[in-house]
Design a protein around this ligand. Structure first.
Ligand SMILES: Nc1nc2c(ncn2[C@@H]2O[C@H](COP(=O)(O)O[C@H]3[C@@H](O)[C@H](n4cnc5c(=O)[nH]c(N)nc54)O[C@@H]3COP(=O)(O)O)[C@@H](O)[C@H]2O)c(=O)[nH]1
Length: 875
């Protein structure tokens, strides 16, 4: 306890080492603490006027009293032991021992030696008496008895010698008073020691209190405080040691000072006065003060007891903070959160949950979770909740649909966990994530993966799955399955002439017509391009399939208008039957495909069932493809050239390069046979590139051979023209071959132009810029008008052979050819007639101003040497 008046003679507390000390040491300590040094002894003797004369007088009666000692002791102790309080203190059988002690004291009293040993003995006796609990009153009484007895003895022996008697009595009185002083000193010292120990004990208790204590005086100044308060305030001991600090300075809290003043004035206690102590190195401290009034030395004092509630308060603040954090997180969470009672009642929810389910928070609180579940989920959900309830699982996660307020179903991912509230009640926490969009995207992806984007029909993947199921079902039920491969007739033609959009429109309409012609249990799938596959499960036989095929063809062959043109779509259908033609989907599809080619071979708009011969055709198709690839590697291709003749002069002005395939071991194969296959497989690109390079090299070779320059025309396929950078390639080849671009013409069909007019214009522009000429081949077979060709940098038009063929018999064809020549001329285009076989045709063309012609009437396509011979003849 820190106080401005702390004793400077504080005694160390009793310790075990203290107990081991001898009684002699204790007496020495007491003598020292009382201050009984020789000066003190002399001072006392002087005050008692105990001098040498008295010592001599005492010695004088020593002998005299010797014979009286035993009788004296008997009387003395008879008197003392007559008092039960004393006999109880002195103990049974004490008489003999005490009589001996008394006799010894009696002797020492008059033997004239009153030095340190005498004094120490007196202190020892005093300490002994004090320790056994002999009150000073008994002590004083005993000395009175002592003096009276001595007085009697001396009177009896010395009444005849009044001077000696007076001196003896005087000396006895002094020495006895001297002794009494020493005895009383031991009592006072013991009391002082006890007080000190008491005070130490209290201070220890107060310092050890788990609360801070400040004692404040009646002037509201702090008198003392315990260690805990000093620690709390961060105040050094010296703060109060020097002066009493005003309370408001020691604890700068006006509220505390005001409460203290009130308690001091009225005596009414104050509890829970919260004081915030900041500015401490270890951070802010919160102290809860109770103020009580007490009284000391007749004046009021205050006890301010401060409890450090920093930890508690910080914990509470942290709890509040975490509750606030939780509340905000809960309310603003991007996922729905619901706290459910054990029966599924909604106990707490957040705004996201309201958003997901379309109910207000209040509405949700009046409901049970089960009310939002779809019926089909109830059984599973109850089982899982049962698992949670029984502690078999701690949580579960599911994707499912919940019922919204508007009756719609929303896809969610739910995680449900079990917990106990503060009262031990079971609760379920549901974290609900809205995955509606994700599910829609997944469904869309799944749909995309299994359906054709243009028509929405199942695609090849889904069709194969359905076909597999149909086969399994037919196997079990001993029924049949029909697989139909449907390819639209002349679709390419529509696509090329009317453009891709019209082609797409046609495909969509065909898909609609096929779907509407079939049952729910049938499958119609788009295989790609203009190919469809129909799966008819559960059939009795091929007659059923034939009926459906007829119906499909009838429905397909209904007119529709595309870009203002009336089109009559038709298809070629190939049919394979399970189990007759194959037992697995791959074989059946292959058979149906072969059968479809069979229908195509019959002019389209036809259905055919698969036969073994068709398998051979399909095989042939595959064989050709492989052979074409090998032909490129083995250099089995060559070029023939057909002269292009000026109609007026009959002079060869150019040649058209025409591809030929001469396999090593077989007859020459016509391009009409392999070009469509090469186009289908993409092989036309490397083959066409070879043609271009070879023709250009040939042109240069003729020039180098000293022949007059001759224009060489090369056919470009659609893939070649649109699928690669043909302008860049021609540029490279011009450089490589040395061919003169002014004598190179590239022929493209009008359908190629119309397929991608923008790209075509750009490519043609680049080619024209190199000086290469461009011709439209097979003109009249497409749907483009002459006017639409205006925007392309074209030099020539080649009238298709089909118009020239019947020119002289068919007035329509004649009119068309005539009109084309006239219009082309008006557009300053050169006109070349193809396939001129007769003189009549030639005459017609001459008559109508056609510029050039090519055909059998002049020459068939021939090897380069043939052309060279012709050119030399003309030169
Ligand atoms: N992309 C490429 N296509 C090419 C190439 N070489 C040829 N072809 C195309 O193959 C088709 C068949 O060609 P081909 O058997 O060579 O027939 C051509 C002529 O021989 C034939 N012709 C010429 N005059 C007459 C005639 O008086 N009567 C008659 N019945 N036929 C005749 O016409 C074909 C030339 O046609 P076209 O190209 O339209 O001018 C054919 O479509 C070729 O285009 C090639 O290298 N690349």
């Amino acid at each position: 306890m820190t106080s401005p008046h702390r004793s400077s003679t504080e005694q160390p507390p009793a310790s075990s080492s203290h107990e081991l000390r001898t009684f002699h040491d204790v007496i020495d300590d007491i003598a020292r603490e009382i201050g009984l040094d020789s000066d003190e002894v002399e001072a006392r003797k002087a005050f008692l006027e105990l001098g040498e004369a008295d010592v001599a007088a005492l010695r004088d009666i020593h002998e005299l009293l010797d014979t009286q000692r035993d009788a004296f002791s008997d009387r003395f102790y008879a008197h003392l032991l007559a008092f039960p309080q004393l006999s109880a203190l002195l103990g049974p059988g004490a008489e003999t021992r005490l009589r001996h002690v008394q006799a010894s004291y009696f002797s020492s009293l008059t033997n004239g030696d009153y030095g340190q040993d005498y004094i120490r003995e007196r202190l020892r006796v005093g300490v002994t008496h004090q320790r056994i609990g002999l009150d000073p009153k008994w002590y004083i009484g005993a000395y009175r008895k002592y003096l009276s007895e001595l007085h009697d003895i001396l009177w009896r022996r010395l009444h005849g010698q009044p001077e000696r008697f007076r001196a003896a009595v005087e000396a006895i009185l002094k020495i006895v008073c001297f002794d009494m002083g020493l005895a009383l000193d031991t009592y006072a010292h013991a009391d002082q020691l006890a007080n000190l120990q008491n005070q130490n004990y209290l201070e220890q208790v107060i310092d050890g209190m788990p609360a801070g204590l400040v004692v404040v005086d009646s002037e509201l100044r702090a008198c003392s405080m315990n260690r805990m308060m000093a620690d709390l305030l961060g105040a050094p001991d010296e703060a109060l040691a020097e002066e009493r600090l005003p309370l408001i300075e020691l604890i700068p809290c006006p509220e505390l000072a005001a409460c203290a003043a009130e308690t001091l004035r009225t005596g009414a206690p104050h509890d829970n006065v919260l004081v915030t102590l900041d500015g401490r190195a270890d951070g802010v401290r919160y102290v809860d003060f109770n103020i009580r009034r007490a009284r000391k030395d007749g004046v009021h004092i205050l006890l301010l007891i401060g409890q450090d509630i920093t930890f508690r308060r910080k914990a509470r603040l942290r709890l509040q903070e975490s509750e606030e954090f939780f509340r905000l997180t809960f309310n603003q969470a991007a996922v729905g959160i619901v706290l459910l009672g054990a029966d599924g009642r909604v106990l707490r929810t957040n705004s996201k949950m309201s958003q997901i389910l379309g109910y207000s928070e209040i509405e949700l609180l009046a409901r049970f979770y089960q009310q939002f579940m779809c019926e089909e989920d109830l059984v599973d959900e109850q089982a899982l909740i049962g698992g949670l309830r029984a502690g078999e699982i701690s949580e579960y996660q599911r994707e499912k649909r919940l019922l919204r307020r508007d009756g719609a179903r929303v896809w969610v991912s739910v995680t449900v966990s079990s917990m106990r509230d503060a009262n031990g009640n079971q609760r379920f926490i549901c974290v609900v994530k809205d995955i509606q969009r994700q599910k829609q995207a997944e469904e869309a992806l799944l749909r995309m993966a299994n359906h054709d984007a243009l028509t929405g029909l199942p695609n090849r993947v889904l069709m194969q799955d359905r076909l597999g199921q149909a086969i399994m079902h037919a196997h079990r039920t001993r029924r049949q399955v029909a697989v139909m491969f449907i390819d639209l007739d002349r679709f390419k033609h529509v696509n090329d002439s009317l453009g891709h959009d019209a082609g797409d429109q046609l495909i969509v309409e065909i898909a609609r017509r096929l779907s509407s012609s079939l049952r729910e249990s049938d499958t119609v799938a788009r295989q790609g391009g203009d190919e469809f596959v129909v799966v008819l499960p559960d059939l009795a036989g091929k007659d059923d399939a034939a009926k459906v095929a007829r119906k499909l063809l009838d429905n397909l062959f209904q007119p529709l208008t595309l870009r203002g043109q009336e089109v009559f779509p038709s298809g070629s259908i190939g049919i394979a039957m399970y189990p007759r033609d194959g037992e697995d989907s791959t074989t059946l599809l292959k058979c149906a495909d072969s059968a479809m080619y069979g229908s195509k071979g019959q002019g389209g708009n036809h259905y055919s069932f698969y036969t073994a011969e068709m398998g051979a055709q399909a095989y042939e198709h595959l064989r050709m493809e492989g052979a074409l690839q090998r032909a490129l590697q083995r250099q089995e291709f060559l070029l023939h050239y057909q002269p292009v003749v000026d109609i007026g002069s009959g002079v060869v002005t150019g040649v058209e390069a025409l591809l030929r395939w001469q396999p090593l071991d077989r007859e020459m194969v016509s391009p009409a046979e392999f070009i469509p296959l090469a186009e289908e497989t993409g092989l036309i690109v490397p083959i066409g590139d070879w043609v271009l390079a070879t023709a250009m090299r040939q042109q240069k070779a003729w020039v180098d051979a000293g022949l007059p320059p001759v224009r060489v025309s090369v056919n470009l396929s659609a893939r070649q023209f649109l699928g690669q950078d043909v302008a860049q390639r021609v540029g490279v080849l011009l450089k490589e071959t040395g061919c003169d671009p002014a004598f190179l013409t590239l022929e493209i069909t009008e359908s190629v132009l119309m397929e991608n007019p923008v790209a075509a214009t750009e490519t043609m522009g680049r080619l024209a810029a190199m000086g290469v000429q461009l011709a439209i081949d097979d003109f009249g077979t497409g749907y483009s008008s002459l006017a639409s060709l205006k925007r392309f940098p074209i030099h020539s038009l080649k009238i298709d052979r089909s118009f020239v063929m019947d020119l002289t018999q068919d007035a329509d064809d004649a009119a068309i050819v005539n009109a084309v020549i006239a219009l082309a001329h008006s557009m300053k285009l050169n006109v070349i007639a193809e396939g001129v076989e007769t003189q009549e045709q030639l005459a017609f063309l001459q008559q109508h101003g056609c510029d050039q012609m090519q055909g059998y009437c002049f020459s068939r396509p021939v090897a380069p040497q043939g052309i060279e011979a012709m050119l030399r003849r003309e030169a």
